[in-house]
Ligand binder design. Structure first.
Ligand SMILES: [Cu+2]
Length: 284
């Protein structure tokens, strides 16, 4: 057990009241924006409740006292209206100023994965935010009842077949800008790994985009955030960030496993096709 100091208590309270962060710059920016608004709101809250408590005590009913009849105070009323407007405009300007760093991905770092020739996409999207240099590792996130599938670039056929993929655990290289295309193959799901940024819905027939860039190797946990059926609670997602070389090795291994499984399936299919009688299966 660690010592309960005011600092640890403050950190614990903060983590409870403010968004999770620490995985990706967009999550950090959401968190810091939230904290600024929270502090401004807290100051106003304390001031209002303080003034109210003071008035309650100071002007509480006394025997024989007659209440003062006050008919408006123009200076005070203009003051608090203008004051509130200035605070609101300040927060709005700050929010729009910070929105760019939340929505738009930065470039990969120098020690990120080599992204040359990793496109492999069927359709170039105009609405997907890309880093300034246009290079990102684009992964398609497919929500389906009840598992997340992650499809990587690297299809060896023009129709997109043969691309490496994984289920439930997305492995990504560190220091690399990852863009995500979020789609669904059945009902609406919600992609959310809190430490890596905001929540994005996976809607059938529609593409949603987000990004992340992870500097520290590690495991980041999330889970489908929209009730999508009886297996919803099982629909977990893990993002595992590893150094680029390790990522390349993992991707190559996934490709090999998928190729082997496809080869096995081909053999099994051929065998079924040769069977007749009771063992015969139509459209195996
Ligand atoms: Cu779901």
């Amino acid at each position: 057990m660690g010592l309960l100091t005011p600092a640890t208590l403050l950190a614990a309270t903060q983590a409870f009241f403010t968004p999770e962060s620490g995985g990706s710059p967009n999550a950090d920016n959401i968190d810091s924006l939230y904290k600024i608004v929270l502090v401004v709101a807290l100051v106003i809250f304390v001031a209002v409740i303080g003034a109210l408590s003071y008035a309650l005590v100071k002007f509480r009913a006394r025997k024989g006292a007659t209440a003062a009849q006050i008919r408006g105070n123009t200076r005070l009323e203009v003051g608090w209206t203008a004051g509130a407007a200035v605070i609101l405009i300040g927060l709005a300007v700050l929010t729009f100023f910070r929105l760019g760093s939340i929505q738009n991905p930065p470039n990969s770092s120098a020690d990120g994965a080599n992204l040359v020739g990793e496109s492999g996409e069927l359709v170039a999207s105009t609405s997907r935010p890309l880093p300034p240099n246009g290079k990102s590792l684009n992964i398609t996130v497919i929500g389906r009842q009840y598992i997340w599938q992650f499809v990587y670039p690297g299809a060896n056929e023009p129709d997109g077949l043969g691309a490496p993929y994984s289920y439930e655990e997305m492995v990504v290289p560190t220091n690399t800008t990852i863009t995500l295309d979020i789609v669904s193959s059945d009902v609406v799901h919600s992609w959310w790994v809190p430490q890596l940024g905001g929540k994005f819905q996976a809607v059938p027939g529609y593409h949603n985009y987000t990004w992340m860039k992870i500097d520290k190797p590690g495991v980041y946990r999330g889970q489908c955030a929209l009730l999508c059926g009886r297996g919803h609670a099982r629909m977990i997602a893990t993002v595992k960030a590893v150094p680029p070389a390790q990522f390349e090795a993992w991707l190559a291994y996934q490709k090999k496993l998928i190729a082997e499984a496809n080869a096995d399936a081909k053999v099994a299919r051929a065998k079924l096709n040769t069977q007749t009688g009771a063992g015969q299966v139509e459209n195996p």
